[in-house]
Ligand binder design. Structure first.
Ligand SMILES: *Cc1c(COP(=O)(O)O)cnc(C)c1O
Length: 463
């Protein structure tokens, strides 16, 4: 391979072929929009958002090759060649025997846990993603988070803060009994823990313990390529190994995986479930037919499978990953420079601001994360999401008393291949402006809320 030029600027490794206009609003308009949305950014129309950093899930841009593949989609009910191309792309990267398409990640989870778990079973993970935990609990099983202690400390610079505490895992198995643990999961990268990666060494160590007890290992692999790229950057011995080979090695230690393709699949919708177990695969396909569709489409259109097949090849491209991780790091480093306390080091898909540390004058009962999130929108039309007590606070339905979440974070998630560096520079400028008048940001109170998943629909007013 010829040498690449050694310039320091990391550029977007693509040009723009199709554009979607975004609209600048005035501060007065945004104040009105916020009031009408009851200060809940989930209720703001996307046309009123300038830079949307709500989530990186399904919000990225597809490539011209993916759009071309969309046209190739074969919509046969059974035996579509689009399925075969999708299946081949997954097998090439992941190597599992059975590949089952689903409409998104949570459908794969529901099928996986329905088939594998019994009442009272225990499923360990580094940190369960919220839908993963919900699907385990819905199956009357228990979700246990076993991330290493460094992973819970926002300022700790450990290179693999998504690692599982292997000693805790072994203790859990000893105390619970291996027969009550139908599977162990590892979330790569660890979404709820700040998009932090899991090292190959940790994957191997977890596998060694599980093997001793005959427990299968599954990945929650939404961001498998970002995880592999962090291994290449940070883990000794992997600098000269291709990301694709790293993905293949990671997967070789697992017995299966569930995947939301809306992240590293580089598509707007889709998911899949993999396993090496023939019997399980049969049960999973039976359940799939009941609620998702025939096993050659599983709730997706043939064209969706085509786009995903191409996305899986594009996501392991190292120029893409270099740009992807550099973009996140660029935002994180600039926010740090301004003075923002963020979860360190910057992860793969998002930057998390510690709102409690930034706004010490706002008590947790007045939701510093939600307050900051509202402020970012008011200041510059930027939509972020609170990941704190609005989302995860526990409320006693009779007394109304609240137990706050462990952290009050605001997440700035970066959609894939969607924004240019000047968009990010704009976000940084808005953040600087919010930072200078942070002492005057006011708290917020809830005026109306549902009993479950209140962050989507709750109403607020400034204190
Ligand atoms: C997004 C995500 C899911 C759920 O996938 P959906 O496609 O949103 O249903 C599960 N696990 C992780 C780690 C995720 O990031």
């Amino acid at each position: 391979m010829p040498d690449k030029p050694h310039f320091r600027t990391v550029i977007e490794p693509f040009i723009i072929k199709s554009v979607q206009p975004i609209r600048l609003t005035t501060r007065e308009q945004r104040a009105e929009i916020l009031k009408a949305a009851h200060y809940n950014l989930f209720k703001v129309q996307s046309r009123d958002v300038l830079i949307d950093l709500l989530t990186d899930s399904g919000t990225g841009a597809m490539s011209s090759e993916q759009w071309a593949a969309i046209m190739r989609g074969d919509e046969a009910y059974a035996g579509s060649p689009s399925f075969l191309r999708f299946e081949a792309a997954v097998k090439d990267l992941f190597g599992f025997r059975h590949v089952i398409p689903t409409h998104q990640g949570r459908a794969a989870e529901r099928i996986l846990f329905s088939v594998m778990c019994k009442d009272g079973d225990v499923v360990p993970n580094n940190t369960h993603f919220d839908t993963t935990r919900a699907n385990i609990e819905f199956r009357n099983a228990v979700a246990e988070d076993l991330v290493i202690e460094e992973g819970k400390d926002p300022s700790n610079l450990h290179p693999f803060k998504g690692n599982m505490d292997v000693a805790k895992l072994e203790r859990l198995i000893e105390n619970t009994g291996a027969d009550r643990i139908p599977l162990c999961m590892l979330t790569i990268t660890n979404n709820s823990g700040g998009g932090q990666p899991v090292s190959m060494e940790n994957i191997k160590a977890v596998k060694t313990v599980l093997k001793k007890y005959g427990i299968p290992l599954y990945f929650d692999a939404a961001r498998f390529a970002e995880n592999a790229y962090f291994i290449k950057l940070r883990e000794p011995g992997y600098q000269d190994v291709s990301v694709k080979s790293i993905v293949q090695e990671m997967m070789s230690y697992a017995d299966g995986c569930s995947v939301s393709a809306k992240k590293d699949g580089l598509v707007n919708i889709g998911g899949f479930l993999c396993t090496n177990d023939d019997l399980l695969a049969q049960e999973e396909k039976d359940l799939l037919i009941l609620t998702e569709g025939f096993p050659t489409y599983g709730g997706l259109a043939g064209r969706d499978l085509e786009a995903l097949a191409v996305g899986l090849q594009e996501v392991v491209d190292e120029d893409y990953l270099t740009y992807r991780i550099a973009e996140t790091r660029y935002l994180g480093d600039h926010l740090t420079e301004i003075g923002y306390p963020i979860v360190q080091p910057p992860g793969g898909h998002a930057i998390y601001i510690d709102a409690k540390a930034l706004l010490p004058h706002i008590p947790v009962s007045q939701y510093p994360g939600q307050s900051l999130s509202v402020e970012f929108y008011l200041e510059g039309g930027i939509r972020t999401v609170e990941i704190g007590s609005v989302m995860f606070g526990k409320r006693d339905p009779t007394t109304g008393e609240e137990t706050p979440a462990a952290m009050e974070l605001v997440r700035l998630a970066l959609p894939r291949r969607t924004h240019t560096q000047s968009h990010i520079d704009y976000v940084i400028e808005v953040a600087r402006s919010v930072y200078t008048r942070r002492n005057r940001v006011r708290g917020i109170r809830i005026t109306k809320q549902p009993e479950f998943l209140r962050h989507f629909t709750a109403e607020f007013e400034p204190v």
